[in-house]
Design a protein around this ligand. Structure first.
Ligand SMILES: Cc1cc2nc3c(=O)[nH]c(=O)nc-3n(C[C@H](O)[C@H](O)[C@H](O)COP(=O)(O)OP(=O)(O)OC[C@H]3O[C@@H](n4cnc5c(N)ncnc54)[C@H](O)[C@@H]3O)c2cc1C
Length: 370
């Protein structure tokens, strides 16, 4: 293994920034992470923590490759974090039940497409009746069962990562919004924050989520990352009401049960610039969808409602690369709907790029667009 004896500044303390900092610290780098507010307070906190694309067979190869790499890395990633920090991110293979939206021929076509994708990849999938897996559902119908899909309690994963970064000697500076990068010819010389502090390092990594393009201004080149609001409802139910993630595929609607009985119901996909206020119309729609799937999920046990801004990207393909002209500037951003799923894989690719180490997969699709 190669080691990195140099200073790195990471800009943005969501899952992408914290997992990048963690990977770089483990390789011997000195890392300073600058976060505008508090770490893990934006999309990474607001998300659901499903560790898979929703209908994996609907995505392109670059999404599949990166999520499969992350799936392989996740067990050891979580074990190390638990050992180092004592925080349990509740990583578990709760499985995902895909309930149909269509009837008759379309349903068979969806199942056939799923089988054609799953079988050659040895991705476990079985046709079942929905009540075999989730008796609390309103309807017993033909469904698809993906038993090895995992989930993680993302706020706890962030807590573990933040603690691990500190324990490994990383410096986290919160309430430090980076406002400008001082660039001379092909190198970043320093960065400045809103409160006037200046920081210098050998390498700089942008992990500012939905704000990444905005931060880089002209240096973003053709980077195409934009905010996509997602809203989630939280129910407090009996711990054994639901044991598996339930996805109503074409509706883009899912229920995620946590071990203590909380159930997340989401989400929405809304392009409303940087407005992350939850809305009463989304609340109504999500509540109706939740009740239609599992009737006991009603307003009486509603415990929360929030929204976050995903870093949207074309075809959900993140950019993980060195800047084409600025040799010490890197990015790991644009993970759109799957930033938690892709976190350890993306951090691994980024570290290899910085170290000039061989990659486990073709990284061409994640190049910085020019
Ligand atoms: C409702 C919803 C459901 C989701 N469900 C899932 C799911 O089930 N599974 C999954 O894998 N993914 C899911 N996602 C997507 C996932 O949450 C995102 O892809 C991921 O969190 C993006 O991580 P990030 O670190 O790039 O961005 P963020 O978490 O937004 O972090 C970016 C950080 O950068 C900071 N920052 C921005 N600008 C600056 C600056 N100038 N200076 C310093 N700091 C700055 C911000 O304050 C923020 O903390 C969901 C997202 C939402 C909203």
């Amino acid at each position: 293994m190669r080691f990195l004896n140099r200073d790195v500044i990471v800009i943005g303390g969501g899952i992408a920034g914290l997992s990048s900092a963690y990977a770089l610290l483990r390789l011997g780098a000195s890392v300073t992470l600058l976060e505008r507010n508090s770490c893990g307070g934006e999309a990474s906190w607001a998300g659901g923590g499903i560790l898979s694309p929703l209908l994996p067979w609907d995505y392109s190869d670059p999404v599949t490759q990166l999520t499969r790499l992350s799936t392989r890395l996740f067990p050891e990633f979580i074990e190390a974090l638990k050992r180092e920090t004592g925080v349990d991110p509740e990583y578990n293979s709760s499985g995902m039940l895909v309930v149909p939206h269509f009837s008759g021929d379309s349903q068979d076509a969806e199942a056939a497409a799923a089988e054609a994708w799953c079988t050659p990849r040895a991705f476990p999938m079985r046709r079942v009746r929905s009540h075999e897996i989730a008796p609390a559902l309103a309807r017993d119908e033909a469904a698809l069962w993906l038993p090895e899909v995992c989930q993680v309690r993302n706020p706890r994963l962030l807590q573990a990562l933040r603690k691990a970064v500190g324990l490994l000697g990383g410096t986290i500076v919160e309430h430090a919004e980076v406002t400008s990068l001082k660039i001379e010819r092909t190198r970043v010389l320093s960065i400045s924050t809103r409160r006037g502090d200046e920081y210098t390092a050998v390498d700089y990594v942008v992990t500012a989520g939905a704000w990444s393009s905005q931060l880089l201004r002209d240096h973003a080149l053709k980077l195409d990352i934009w905010p996509v609001r997602g809203q989630i409802l939280l129910f407090k139910a009996q711990p054994d009401l639901l044991r598996t993630i339930v996805l109503q595929g074409q509706e883009n609607f899912y229920l995620i049960p946590r071990q203590d009985g909380y159930i997340l119901a989401g989400s929405t996909l809304e392009e409303v610039e940087y407005d992350k206020r939850p809305t009463s119309s989304a609340r109504k729609v999500l509540l109706a969808k939740a009740r239609a799937l599992v009737p006991v999920l009603n307003e009486g046990i509603l415990a929360g409602h929030w929204a976050g801004l995903r870093p949207g990207s074309p075809d959900n393909i993140p950019v993980i690369d060195r800047h084409p002209m600025i040799t010490n500037l890197y990015i790991n951003s644009g993970h759109y709907r799957y930033g938690v799923t892709m976190a350890p894989g993306s951090a691994h690719l980024l570290s290899n790029i910085i170290l000039n180490s061989p990659q486990p997969l073709d990284i061409t699709p994640y190049r910085w667009p020019v």
